[in-house]
Design a protein around this ligand. Structure first.
Ligand code: NOJ
Length: 539
């Protein structure tokens, strides 16, 4: 297998301190990217050897989801040591080597920081459990009782299903407290009203920034502060999308002070470090997290989960544009991540789903702002229907929703079946089973097919860079969204560039201009076929 060697070997010193505004970042889910030691779980060694592949795409950096020590109840989002490397993934020495190698390839590295909760095996939580009610150790978390002692302090529900409270010491008469966990019981929430928590996390940030990490993706960034006094929620049963439908657990005003502090820390480094938030709120509220002295960027979350619906894309796009005008920060576009159903499956059945996913990817790479590509999106991988007995997502056991199907190990080669180049031949079974046809979707198969989504991605990123160099695209561009009667969605970006997506059932006439890239060939009449996207230079 060969990779296109199109990367620059320079250290990623920012040419502009605003480089992040239009950066394209590739999301690596380490346990499913590449397995270097043959245990069936991806690791840092596997990622290191595959860095040239990522560089060959033409992206600006990598966001790595958690690899810190963790019991892996929520695949690493239950962190027991924020400043280490879980032996499952490798060593700190290997991480250091990875960081250097990435920088040499011109790739920046973003890590995931998980400040809302830790693992119940974190030493500070263990100390809190041992210290008992009323102790300063317990004040680092949310411990408490309901009025009659036997019930939890309030009616909040966990995002993963069931009560958000867990009795710490069932059966004890002296310790009747419960603790809060917005996610699984093994993920206790930190109490951000305690200043010691803020100090602790500043040290965590500095630890990674001192090592040379370029930025952080902030997990559940809007939920750190809960409403003072932890009042009952109006809708106790709001399990699905629990954070958004329960305002008591998210978007409290005090949280903005955390990001002002983090921004000061990030700006004190040279080059400055970058903060990108998982702020799962509507566009106007989310944009408040990217005011000039807070985070640099927030994912365009309202957009991430949209179906194939021109009006919805235009409405959310227009709202995001209004929010950008109000607060100044361009959005970070994404259509996939490790938590949601792959777009090839979400957007429709069979071929139409695959065509639409390609089109969606080309579209977000043309929109004004940054963009995130989730590993495998460049291969147009579908969601996998993981067999019931192989599902490990805690959300499946507690809430009946499994995110495993978007997390299946990447296929690198056409053969051998089962590992498909993810692990070396003869290695342990991949931690999630791979489908029989996975090889036909592999990197190798994509490289051999000049019409593959992998080649389209590389071409789009090359063109994006050229158009930016020619100042046809600029990070400060506004976006004007429209839908015509035939279902052609357009976003005009700046003066000269337009992204079009044919979301209706008939081929669509494009606005006058030069079509510079399409996700499917134009028809003989020069129309954009249904389920395709185009980039157009306007005349
Ligand atoms: C968002 C992460 O992306 C998801 O995987 C995780 O389960 C929750 N936050 C809790 O950390």
């Amino acid at each position: 297998m060969t990779f296109t060697e199109s990367h620059s070997a320079s250290h990623p010193e920012p040419q502009s301190p605003l480089w992040w505004q239009d950066a394209v970042i590739y999301q690596v889910y380490p346990r499913s990217f590449g397995d270097g030691d043959g245990d069936g779980v991806g690791d840092l060694a596997g990622l290191l050897t595959r860095l040239p592949y990522i560089a060959s795409l033409g992206v600006d950096g990598i966001w790595m989801t958690p690899f810190q020590p963790s019991p892996q109840v929520d695949q690493g989002y239950d962190v027991s040591d924020y400043c280490g490397v879980d032996p499952l993934f490798g060593t700190m020495g290997q991480f250091d080597q990875l960081l250097d190698a990435a920088h040499t390839l011109g790739l920046r590295i973003f890590l995931d920081v998980v400040p809302n909760h830790c693992s119940s095996e974190h030493p500070l939580f263990q100390a809190a459990v041992a210290a008992g009610p009323g102790s300063p150790e317990r004040a680092m978390f949310h411990f408490g009782n309901g009025p009659d002692g036997d019930t939890p302090p309030n009616n909040w529900q966990s995002v993963f299903g069931g009560s958000a409270w867990h009795r710490v010491n069932p059966g004890s008469d002296t310790d009747t407290e419960w603790y809060l966990h917005l996610f699984s019981p093994q993920q206790p929430d930190w109490n951000w009203r305690n200043p010691a928590v803020g100090d602790y996390f500043e040290d965590v940030l500095r630890f990674w920034f001192d090592m040379g990490v370029d930025g952080l993706r902030i997990d559940v960034a809007h939920a750190l502060f809960k409403a003072d006094g932890l009042p009952d929620a109006a809708n106790a049963n709001s399990v699905v999308d629990g954070l958004r439908s329960n305002p008591q657990v998210s978007d409290q005003e005090e949280v903005h002070e955390v990001y002002r502090r983090w921004r000061r820390v990030a700006d004190s480094y040279s080059p400055g470090r970058v903060l990108v938030g998982e702020v799962n709120l509507d566009p106007r509220r989310a944009a408040r997290y990217t005011r000039h002295d807070e985070m640099h960027q927030a994912f365009a979350f309202a957009f991430v989960k949209l179906g194939w619906d021109a009006d919805a894309w235009a409405a959310v796009g227009t709202e995001l544009e209004a929010a950008r005008r109000e607060h100044g920060a361009p959005p970070s576009w994404a259509l996939e991540n490790h938590d949601i159903v792959r777009s090839a499956t979400r957007f429709g059945r069979g071929d139409r789903g695959f065509l639409r996913a390609r089109a969606g990817l080309l579209a977000i790479l043309g929109l004004p702002g940054g963009a995130f590509i989730y590993q495998g999106q460049e291969l147009n991988l579908p969601e996998v229907d993981v067999p019931l007995d192989a599902r490990v997502d805690p959300m499946w056991a507690r809430g009946g929703v499994s995110r495993d199907g978007a997390r299946v190990p990447l296929p690198w080669t056409v053969t051998p079946a089962n590992t498909f180049g993810f692990s070396s031949d003869g290695a342990a079974e991949p931690w999630l089973p791979t489908p029989a046809d996975w090889g036909t979707r592999s990197v190798e198969a994509n490289l051999q097919d000049e019409n593959s989504t992998l080649h389209l991605t590389i071409e789009a990123l090359k063109l994006r860079k050229q158009l930016t160099e020619k100042e046809i695209l600029s990070p400060g561009d506004g976006g004007t969204w429209r839908v015509d009667d035939g279902g052609l969605l357009t976003c005009q970006r700046g003066e000269q560039f337009l992204v079009a997506v044919a979301m209706g059932d008939e081929p669509a006439r494009l606005p006058d201009g030069q079509v510079v890239l399409t996700s499917s060939p134009l028809t003989a009449e020069g129309l954009l076929p249904p389920d395709a996207a185009a980039w157009v230079l306007l005349r």
